[in-house]
Every structure is written in structure tokens, then in C-alpha cells.
Design a protein around this ligand. Structure first.
Ligand code: SF4
Length: 367
């Protein structure tokens, strides 16, 4: 894999917050706690943008391009501060609920999905909608509807209050109970243990979810599995990549926002798999130089909603502290691309726009 070249990521138009001046030189930091061994970065791949995030961000960009500002977006289109503020600059207005959107205006539903009640309330207000729900979230919604129709009880493993969980739960509230963690799996009460299925949020820890399922199965041996994994390919690939790197690292830096479930999971997984320390940052300028004390090998990854440009900023900063050697560790190749939401495809066709937008701004292995 070797040394990484300065490659190619589509530029984001807004300037990034500048990295502050260092308070201590790399030599001073090394003198405080000496580093044993050469300094290097292990860069996880896959990392960053998944296909669902890519599609959702392009959906807002294309809506702005063809319908003009303002375009309303219910909730953060994806859970990333930089993406949201960049789109705000271009004319997107983020709202919490559809009743904040003026009647007749255009609203985009975020990648995390919405409950039928939200779709209904948008319709009641005469809003025009573009549904940017990730197709892999829609798949879980369909499962919820199907199993509820057959009068199964659904144990939905996920974090209560997260938008995705609210949306999936809202498909069949009478049939669904949310299981937040292993402790709840030990105590949850069910109506009929023989008509029971589990589903999950797409961005959970793979290991913790399996632990929850095995606790549930011990209590309810006839618990059915979902037809296919609900934790999506992007979540599991990013976790697999950091698991491989973590045991070799003194420090892991995860680029991602605090409300990004999969980014927060990457910090936890790194620590579970042997990283001596792990921190999440939105921007390079949040990195605390004391983290570098005694650190020879630094692992870097990013959540599924993170543009690669933010990772590049982190690598630039790391190089200033002497971590100029970057080895990319590739554990999977991803080439999934989702077609744009259908409402938008119709508009693009009418306008003769055959481009897909920038697209593919996630990582590609840099080989
Ligand atoms: S993390 Fe997975 S489910 Fe969520 S938007 Fe990306 S691909 Fe879709």
C-alpha cells in the first residue's frame, strides 16, 4: 500500500475551519512522553461516505440546483456538521418537523427515514417531498410492515430517540418494542414468544447486536431472524476495518459528528479491539496535541456521513506532528451506488439533466 499520494477528492466549496497554531512543537511533545518506534498512520478503508449518504447529499444539491433555494430538509440530511453547514450555505433550511415548512414548499426527508405519520403530515400541508431515505433503511421499514401484518411482535434493537429508530418504530408502533441494550434484552416482556422477530437499526455495533440477539434467543428460543442483515454493509465494513487496525494503535482518531451513530460506534469498537486511546472529532482543529504523547501508531477512520476532505485535514495535521507516513489498510472494496430518489429522477429527466451530481465522494482506496 505504501506511502499515500496526495489524491483527489472533490473539493468542498466552503473553507474549512483553520487548524490552530500548535502550542508545543512535536519535539516538545516527544520530550514529555517519548515515542518508541517510528511514527506512522494506519488509515482504515473503507471509511467515510456510504452510498446512502452520498445519495442523500446529492438529492439536496440537485433539489437546490433545479428548484432553487430555499429547499427545506426535515432533520439533518445526514449526521455530519460540515455537510449540514455546507448545504445551509447553499440555501437548504433544516427543520425539525414538517409543520415548520411553509405550505406548498419543497421538503427533503433525510437519509434516516421517516414514519408514515410524517409522510401524512407533509401531505396534509400540501408539501412537495423528496424522500432521501436510504434504501437500506427502507428495507427495514418494509420488514417491519410485513411482519406486523402477519401479527408478529417486533423487537427493534436500536437507540430510542435516534431518528432512524423513530421512523422504523412508526411503521408498526402497536407491534414494536425497542430494545436499547443487553440489559433491556434481559428484561423485555413479550406478548407471545412464538410470534417474535428481531429487527435492528442499520448503524449499530455488530458485536453488541449479536450479544443482544443471543440474550433474547436464550429467553425466547423461537425468536425469528430478519430475512437479511439490517446492520448495513457500510456500518459493518467500517467496523471490520477499524478492528483490524486497532490492536496496533496507540491512538485512534475517528472523524465524525457526535450524533452520528456509526461514528460513535467506531470509537467504541476501536477501544474494544485494543486501541490504547480513541477519540472522535468533527474537525482536525479539535485534536488535542496531548493525545500524541507517547503515540507511535495512530489509526484514522471516519463515519459513513463524513466527506473525505475532513479526513485529509486530519492527515495534514498529523503530518505536522511527525506522522507523515500513511499506510492504508484495506479490508473491503465498496462499489455500491444507489439511484437518486424517484421524485428527483423525474425532475432531472424533465430538465434534461443526465449528470448524477458529484457522487462518489467517499473513500476509494488510494492505490
Ligand atoms: S450507513 Fe448504511 S443505512 Fe445508513 S445511509 Fe449509509 S448505507 Fe444507508
Amino acid at each position: 500500500m505504501g506511502h499515500m499520494s496526495a489524491t483527489s477528492t472533490a473539493p468542498v466549496s466552503l473553507p474549512l475551519p483553520s487548524v490552530p497554531r500548535r502550542r508545543r512543537s512535536p519535539e516538545e511533545i516527544d520530550a514529555a512522553v517519548p515515542v518508541t518506534g517510528p511514527k506512522r498512520v494506519l488509515l482504515a478503508a473503507p471509511r467515510g461516505y456510504c452510498a446512502g449518504v452520498d445519495r442523500a447529499v446529492i438529492a439536496v444539491e440537485k433539489a437546490l440546483e433545479h428548484h432553487g433555494a430555499p429547499v427545506y430538509v426535515r432533520k439533518q440530511i445526514v449526521h455530519n456538521r460540515h455537510v449540514v453547514s455546507t448545504l445551509e450555505e447553499r440555501g437548504a433550511i433544516f427543520v425539525d418537523e414538517t409543520d415548520e415548512v411553509p405550505e406548498g414548499a419543497l421538503v427533503v426527508f433525510s437519509a434516516h427515514g421517516v414514519s408514515p405519520a410524517v409522510v401524512q403530515s407533509a401531505e396534509d400541508r400540501g408539501l412537495r417531498t423528496i424522500d432521501a431515505t436510504c434504501p437500506l433503511v427502507t428495507k427495514v421499514h418494509r420488514e417491519a410492515v410485513r411482519f406486523a401484518k402477519a401479527d408478529n411482535e417486533i423487537l427493534l434493537i436500536g437507540h430510542e430517540g435516534h431518528e432512524e429508530v423513530e421512523g422504523t418504530y412508526g411503521e408498526a408502533p402497536e407491534h414494536t418494542t425497542i430494545v436499547n441494550n443487553p440489559a433491556e434484552a434481559r428484561t423485555v416482556q413479550v406478548r407471545d414468544p412464538d410470534k417474535l422477530i428481531w429487527l435492528s437499526q442499520t448503524t449499530l455495533s455488530v458485536d453488541e447486536t449479536m450479544e443482544i440477539v443471543s440474550i433474547l434467543r436464550e429467553r425466547f428460543p423461537n425468536l425469528q431472524d430478519p430475512p437479511s442483515d439490517d446492520i448495513c454493509y457500510a456500518t459493518s465494513n467500517r467496523q471490520a476495518a477499524i478492528k483490524k487496525i486497532a490492536p496496533q494503535t496507540d491512538l485512534v482518531i475517528v472523524v465524525g459528528s457526535a450524533n452520528s451513530s456509526n461514528s460513535v460506534r467506531l470509537v467504541e469498537v476501536a477501544l474494544e479491539y485494543g486501541a490504547k486511546a480513541a477519540h472522535r472529532v468533527d474537525y482536525a482543529n479539535e485534536i488535542d496535541e496531548s493525545w500524541f504523547e507517547g503515540a507511535a501508531t495512530v489509526g484514522v477512520t471516519s463515519g459513513a456521513s463524513v466527506p473525505e476532505v475532513l479526513v485529509r485535514e486530519v492527515l495534514v495535521l498529523l503530518a505536522e506532528y511527525g506522522y507523515g507516513q500513511v499506510d492504508e489498510v484495506v479490508t473491503a472494496e465498496e462499489d455500491i451506488l444507489f439511484s437518486l430518489p424517484k421524485e428527483l429522477r423525474t425532475t432531472l429527466k424533465e430538465k434534461g439533466d443526465s449528470s448524477r451530481g458529484l457522487g462518489g465522494r467517499g473513500t476509494r482506496p488510494t492505490r
